[in-house]
Design a protein around this ligand. Structure first.
Ligand SMILES: [Fe+2]
Length: 493
């Protein structure tokens, strides 16, 4: 029986279907179909792709009544139409799926399972850091497979709402004029432009204790006063918050390592997307796995994995809607050689927030003007960086990769480029690059990089998501056609 995992009803609705043998048949985000960024609800396009796999079992990514209890405690009231899984599924699936069985699991356990059951490890220490689940905000788990190959989880430590590293970062995001629970990645990019001179002040004003538990003096779920650090620039606030966040993550990771459960780290939750902080993870563990969709959307996979019970066969992030046809290697390289910028929309859409080559805008990273050219298409804030995608075996020659990050296949860590003056388009103001390495896996993006390298001697490309401004990533060929019409950049399929 195929299992459908669902994360929906809050933000960034997503679905994952797993077969009885543990294959991931599909994983996708609702926003890519509905064109509403972070769409909290299922849409028909996503349902259509899910229905192709005829799921018989449904697993939901959290326990609604526990969450409602916390929301009542926080003064947010109770939504009676979201009190049970059955109510939520009726609203989200519109009666189009009638499962034989329905399960639901704790929010942080779903994060843990999405990470551990896709990881290559038999045993791992699992750390989950997000804004908030039902009540948990940070959890540390010991995970392993038993003699029957079933995944087992032991909760070693937890921290509860409202004391939350994720909510702190979201409050800072709101304080500097961005959208919380959406634009934290922009806060991270802005941090590179500031100096962390307010870190100690921030810590003194906001944090009561960071030794036994991380305890904030107030509930940051309600945001920060607009006068908070009123004399500081947004850039310095972002830099200071980033440094404080890295310190708090250090506290958690040190605690996790000291349990002595395993030197393999599985790291999940929205905070695991902080690729600046991730460069330090090798200080605590010898091996690191972060599933490329570590936030709540990824918990659709976690819920399905828990219902499956065993390891899930992870083959990469290309799990979403399919644009059929061979990857356009030759035509894309020809366009890069002539125009220096090309769009690619081919194969299955990436699961997770990063475009990894199947829904990408690619560009020649050499030269001083290419960044402005890409920015003129993306029309996003000029302070934000662009990422490089590079042949994995050459990553060390071009980047100083942090410990335990000899590969970074899902753009999850930053590294310093050894030749920043040659590749200015992919260097952030702080000298870092969010590196994506591509192994010899026969994928389309790998073949494209090989062909590009053979023609130019340059082993990397600039890689940014293919999306129309204000919209989620391109999903199908119709989206790609609209992109072409709006920006005059050909999108190859
Ligand atoms: Fe979460």
């Amino acid at each position: 029986m195929n299992i459908l995992g669902i994360s929906a009803g809050f933000h960034d609705a997503a679905a994952t279907v797993i077969s009885p043998s543990g294959e991931i048949l599909f994983a996708g985000h609702s926003e890519r179909y509905s064109k509403k960024k972070n769409d909290p609800d299922f849409c028909q396009g996503l349902l259509d792709d899910v229905l192709e796999h005829g799921p018989d079992v449904v697993a939901y990514y959290e326990r609604p009544w526990l969450k409602q209890l916390r929301q009542w405690y926080a003064g947010q009231g109770i939504e009676w139409n979201k009190f049970t899984v059955q109510q939520i599924l009726k609203k989200q699936l519109g009666g189009q799926i009638e499962p034989e069985r329905v399960y639901n699991y704790n929010h942080h356990l779903c994060h843990a399972a999405a990470g551990f059951q896709t990881s290559p490890y038999q045993i791992a220490t699992v750390v989950v850091i997000d804004a908030v689940g039902e009540w948990d905000t940070v959890t540390i788990w010991g995970a392993m497979y038993d003699k029957n190959y079933r995944a087992k989880y032991k909760k070693l430590w937890s921290q509860s709402y409202p004391h939350s590293i994720g909510l702190f970062y979201s409050a800072i995001t709101q304080r500097i004029g961005l959208h919380p629970l959406d634009e934290e990645y922009i806060t991270m990019g802005m941090a590179g432009w500031g100096t962390p001179q307010w870190t100690e002040v921030m810590r003194d004003v906001l944090i009561e204790d960071d030794s036994t538990k991380i305890r904030f003096k107030s509930n940051l779920h309600t945001g920060l006063d607009s006068e908070f650090l009123g004399c500081a620039s947004n850039e310095d606030i972002a830099a200071s918050a980033q440094k404080l966040t890295e310190y708090l993550i250090h506290q958690v990771m040190t605690r996790a390592r000291n349990f002595g459960w395993s030197n393999n780290l599985v790291y999940m939750g929205g905070v695991a997307l902080n690729c600046l902080a991730n460069r330090r993870l090798g200080e605590y563990f010898d091996n690191i796995w972060i599933m490329p969709c570590p936030g709540d959307a990824g918990s659709s996979l976690g819920a399905a994995a828990l219902a499956h019970g065993r390891r899930v066969h992870w083959t990469g992030a290309s799990l979403g809607h399919n644009i059929p046809g061979a990857y356009p290697v030759e035509s894309a390289v020809a366009a890069l050689l002539s125009d220096r910028i090309v769009g690619v929309a081919s194969g299955r859409a990436e699961f997770g927030p990063r475009a990894l080559g199947n829904r990408s805008l690619l560009a020649d990273p050499r030269g001083s003007d290419i960044k402005d050219q890409v920015n003129s298409i993306k029309r996003r804030q000029k302070f934000r960086p662009f990422a490089p995608v590079i042949l994995e075996e050459l990553a060390d020659q071009y980047f100083i990769m942090p410990r335990c990050w000899s590969d970074s296949r899902y753009m999850q860590v930053v590294a310093h480029c050894r030749f920043p003056e040659q590749y200015p388009a992919i260097i952030h103001v702080d000298g870092t690059s969010r590196v994506q390495t591509v192994p010899q896996d026969g994928s389309g993006i790998r073949k494209l990089l090989e062909a590009w390298y053979a023609k130019t001697g340059c082993p990397m490309l600039l890689n940014t998501s293919l999306n129309i401004r204000g919209e989620p990533m391109v999903n199908d060929r119709a989206d790609a056609d609209r992109f072409e019409q709006l920006y005059g950049i050909k999108v190859h399929s």
